[in-house]
Design a protein around this ligand. Structure first.
Ligand code: BGC
Length: 714
C-alpha cells in the first residue's frame, strides 16, 4: 500500500475511534504522568520511567509507557533495582559509521528491549545538529550534517518502530546548547533553519515515520518550542504534512491556550511543569471557547495515528516483562563501537599492534575495569553493572548526578587477546609514576576521558583533570604512545605532535573494551569517520563557550530565570561549512578517519539530470577494510554563502586490490536554498563543483557539472 493511502487508512481508523470517546477520555490522553513524582488519586500502577499515560481499555487503546532513549532503555531513576539494559555507544559513534544499516540495527535492538520491558513509546531519535563542540548532549546526537544526521536518525527510528512501538524524534528544534536550555531564545533566520536543523528533522521523518515529535525546552525566535505555531503547525504539520503527535519535552510546557493553539498535542511529565496545562485547564479553555473542541479531537486523532501507524494498537506490548537475548544484543553494541571508532592519527603504522608485542601498559580512564558513558536521561544501567560510579552530589538518585562506567574492561580484553604478553594498568593520577611504568613498554596506551552530560555544557574543550599533562609525561617517556579518547565530542589535543597515534572511541558502550582491543589489534580495521569537526582552537568555533555559562548553567534548569538570546550567526553553515566559510582549518575535519589500508578514487562521472554521481573505489593497501567515500557539491544558501555540502556517500568493504563502482544519488534539498518568498526549496541551475573525497575539504576527484534548476514546496 502506498504511504499516503496507508496513512489515510490509519487516519480513518483514528477518527473513528475518537468519535467513540468521551471528552474526559480525550482529555486524559493529552497529558501524562512523570511516574517518579506522580501521585494519582486513586493510585495506579506505573513503572518508574519517564512517562505514563493511562489507556482506554473499553476501546482497546493501550496505556502509553514511555522510556528513554537512543542509547538503550534507560532506567534513570532506578526504582527498579537491578534492572539492566544493553548500552549502545554514543550516537556520535553510530553516526561515525556512516552506516544506515547499523543505525537501524541499533534502533531495532533497543526497540525490542523496550517492548520486552513493557514500554511502548521510546523517547529516541535525538537529531539536533551539533552546532557547538562543547554541547553537553552532542554525544546523544548524530553530528553536524543534516543529510548524515537525518539519514541515521530516520533509520534508527525505523528500527525502533519495527517492534510495533512508537519512537519520537527530538528535540524539535534548535535545542543546541544545554546551558539555560529552558529559558534561552535560539535566534536564527527561518530560511537558514529550514536548510539545517529542520532539514535533518524533515529527512528523518520522511525516512523513519516517527509516531511522535518531541518539542524542545528552548524558545526559537521568540516563542517556546512547544508553543511555536510557525514551527509546529506551519512547518511540521502543514508544510510537511506530519500526521503524528507533538509531545512536549519534560517540563517544557508554559501555557494552555497558546500551546494548544500552536500545535502541541500532549503535555509530558506534567509534574515537571508549573501547572497541569492540558488537564482541567484545557477543559476550561474549550468550555470557554478559547480553544476549539475540534483541536482536542485533532490532538487525540494524532496520538492515535502514531499508535495505529506503528502497529502498536494491533500488536500491544506485553503486560509483563519478557526474556531478552542480551548476548545477541551485546553483539549489536559491539558492532556499533567497532564501526564507530575513528582512527585520527597513526604515524609510522603504530597500529595495528603486532601479536608478538610483549609489554603493554594501560594508563588512566579506569581502563582496568570499564569504559566511560555519558550522563543524563539517556544513561543506561548496562548489563554487567557499573564498576565505577562517581557521585556528583551525595545521595542523589538520578543518573544526572553520577559519572558511570560500563563494565567492559580494555585491560581484560587485551589480556584475553594476547595471553603471552604482560599487560599492566596504572591509574594515571601521578604522571611521573605513569611515565615510569610506560618507559620500557612496547606500547603505552593512555585512556583520556571527558565526561559530558545532559543539562550541562563543557566549560572548555580541554581534557579535564590535567590529562594533557599526563599524556605529555607518558609520551615523553615512551614515543610508542597511543591515546584512546573516550569523549562526548571534540577536545583539544595540545600534545598531538608528540603522540604518534590517536583513536577516538567516543563513549563506546557496554562492549567498548572488547571493541577497542579488536581495533588496536587489527581484528577490526577502523572505518569510522568524524560526524563532527574537531576545531584546532576553541575560538575557531562559532561560539567558543556556551552563552550564559556561570550563573545560568546551574539555575537555568529551574526555568525561573530571564530568557537570553543565543544568535546562531552561522545560520545554515553548521560545522564544516562554518570552518570553510571562515577559511579556518580544523584540527580534524568532518568525515575524517584513517584505516589500516588505503583507498583510491578514480573515474568520476556526474549525471546531473538523474542527480547521480559515480566513481570507482579501489583498496590499494594490504588489508581488507571499509571505506566511506564522500561526495561534496558546492551550493549557495539563502544567506548567499557558497560552501561545499555533503550530498551523499558510499560505504563498502573491499579486499586488497579490489575495486567497486560507487553510485551516489543526490538528495536535492541538501544542495538547495530555502526561499520563503518563492515556492520553498530552490536548487539553482548552473555549474557546480563536485568533489569526491575522504573528508570535508578533500578533493581527491574534482569536476564541474551543470545541474538543472529544481523547485519544490516541501
Ligand atoms: C530530556 C528528554 C527526555 C526527557 C524524559 C528531558 O529532560 O530533554 O530528551 O526524553 O527528559 O526523560
Amino acid at each position: 500500500m502506498p504511504a499516503l493511502a496507508q496513512s489515510d487508512a490509519v487516519q480513518d481508523r483514528a477518527v473513528a475511534l475518537v468519535a467513540k470517546m468521551t471528552t474526559a477520555e480525550k482529555l486524559a490522553l493529552v497529558h501524562g504522568y512523570f511516574p517518579p513524582l506522580a501521585k494519582p488519586v486513586p493510585p495506579i500502577a506505573m513503572t518508574p520511567s519517564a512517562g505514563h499515560i493511562p489507556g482506554i481499555p473499553r476501546l482497546g487503546i493501550p496505556t502509553l509507557r514511555e522510556s528513554d532513549a537512543s542509547l538503550g532503555v534507560a532506567n534513570q531513576i532506578e526504582q527498579r533495582k537491578g534492572d539492566v539494559a544493553t548500552a549502545l555507544p554514543a550516537g556520535l559513534a553510530t553516526a561515525a559509521s556512516f552506516d544506515p544499516d547499523l543505525a537501524y540495527a541499533g534502533g531495532a535492538m533497543i526497540g525490542a528491549e523496550a517492548r520486552a520491558k513493557t514500554f511502548n513509546v521510546l523517547l529516541a531519535g535525538g537529531v539536533n545538529l551539533t552546532r557547538d563542540p562543547w554541547n553537553g548532549r552532542n554525544f546523544e546526537y548524530l553530528g553536524e550534517d543534516p543529510l548524515l544526521a537525518g539519514t541515521m536518525a530516520g533509520e534508527a527510528i525505523r528500527g525502533v518502530q519495527s517492534n510495533h512501538i512508537v519512537s519520537t524524534i527530538k528535540h524539535y528544534v534548535l535545542n543546541s546548547q544545554e546551558t539555560g536550555r529552558t529559558v534561552l531564545d535560539a535566534r536564527i533566520d527561518p530560511a537558514a533553519l529550514k536548510e539545517s536543523d529542520l532539514l535533518a528533522f524533515q529527512l528523518a521523518i520522511e525516512r523513519g515515520h516517527p509516531g511522535s515529535v518531541m518539542c524542545a525546552y528552548n524558545r526559537i525566535n521568540g516563542d517556546y518550542a512547544c508553543e511555536n505555531a510557525a514551527l509546529l503547525t506551519g512547518v511540521l504539520k502543514n508544510n510537511w504534512g506530519y500526521r503524528g503527535w507533538v509531545m512536549s519535552d519534560w517540563g517544557a510546557v508554559h501555557s494552555t491556550d497558546k500551546a494548544a493553539l500552536a500545535g502541541l498535542d500532549q503535555e509530558s511529565g506534567q509534574e515537571l511543569d508549573k501547572a497541569v496545562y492540558f488537564g482541567t485547564a484545557l477543559r476550561d479553555a474549550i468550555a470557554a471557547g478559547r480553544v476549539p473542541a475540534t483541536r482536542l479531537d485533532d490532538m487525540v486523532t494524532r496520538i492515535l495515528h502514531g499508535v495505529i501507524a506503528t502497529g502498536l494498537l494491533d500488536h500491544p506490548a506485553p503486560a509483563s516483562p519478557q526474556p531478552i537475548d542480551y548476548a545477541a544484543h551485546a553483539a549489536v553494541a559491539q558492532r556499533a563501537a567497532e564501526e564507530g571508532a575513528v582512527l585520527l592519527k597513526n604515524n609510522g603504522d603504530l597500529l595495528p599492534l603486532a601479536r608478538t608485542t610483549r609489554r603493554i601498559v594501560l594508563i588512566g580512564g579506569h581502563a582496568d575495569v570499564g569504559v566511560l558513558s555519558g550522563g543524563g536521561s539517556s544513561q543506561v544501567r548496562s548489563v554487567g553493572g557499573a564498576p565505577v560510579e562517581i557521585p556528583l552530589k551525595s545521595g542523589a538518585a538520578a543518573s544526572f548526578a553520577r559519572v558511570t562506567w560500563h563494565a567492559s574492561s580494555p585491560l581484560l580484553a587485551l589480556r584475553a587477546a594476547l595471553p603471552g604478553a604482560t599487560i599492566t594498568y596504572v591509574d594515571g593520577n601521578d604522571p611521573a609514576a605513569a611515565a615510569a611504568a610506560a618507559r620500557d613498554a612496547d606500547l603505552a596506551i593512555v585512556f583520556a576521558t571527558q565526561w559530558q552530560t545532559e543539562a550541562v555544557d563543557a566549560k572548555t574543550l580541554a581534557l579535564p583533570d590535567k590529562q594533557d599533562a599526563l599524556i605529555d609525561a607518558v609520551a615523553a617517556a615512551n614515543r610508542r604512545t597511543l591515546v584512546v579518547l573516550e569523549t562526548g565530542g571534540p577536545v583539544l589535543m595540545p600534545w598531538l605532535d608528540r603522540v604518534p597515534a590517536v583513536l577516538e572511541a567516543w563513549y563506546p558502550g557496554q562492549r567498548g573494551g572488547e571493541a577497542i582491543a579488536r581495533l588496536i589489534l587489527g581484528d577490526v580495521n577502523p572505518a569510522g569517520r568524524l560526524p563532527i569537526s574537531f576545531p584546532a582552537r576553541a575560538e575557531d568555533a562559532p561560539r567558543p563557550v556556551a552563552l550564559g555559562l556561570g550563573a545560568l548553567s546551574a539555575a537555568g534548569e529551574k526555568g525561573d530565570l530571564a530568557s537570553f538570546p543565543v544568535d546562531y550567526v552561522e545560520g545554515a553553515d553548521v560545522g564544516y561549512r562554518w570552518y570553510q566559510r571562515q577559511k579556518l582549518r580544523p584540527a580534524f575535519p568532518f568525515g575524517y578517519g584513517l584505516s589500516y589500508t588505503q583507498f583510491r578514487y578514480t573515474g568520476l562521472k556526474v549525471d546531473p539530470k538523474s542527480s547521480t554521481i559515480s566513481f570507482d573505489v579501489t583498496n590499494t593497501g594490504k588489508r581488507s577494510g571499509s571505506d566511506v567515500a564522500q561526495v561534496y557539491v558546492a551550493a549557495t544558501s539563502s544567506a548567499g554563502v557558497r560552501t561545499d555540502r555533503l550530498a551523499g556517500w558510499s560505504r563498502f568493504t573491499l579486499a586488497p586490490g579490489q575495486t567497486r563502482r560507487a553510485t551516489v544519488k543526490i538528495e536535492p534539498r541538501t544542495l538547495a536554498r530555502f526561499d520563503p518568498a518563492g515556492p520553498g526549496w530552490a536548487m539553482d541551475g548552473g555549474p557546480r563543483r563536485v568533489a569526491v573525497g575522504h573528508f570535508a575539504g578533500d578533493a581527491s576527484l574534482v569536476t564541474e557539472a551543470d545541474f538543472p534548476a529544481v523547485q519544490s514546496s516541501r
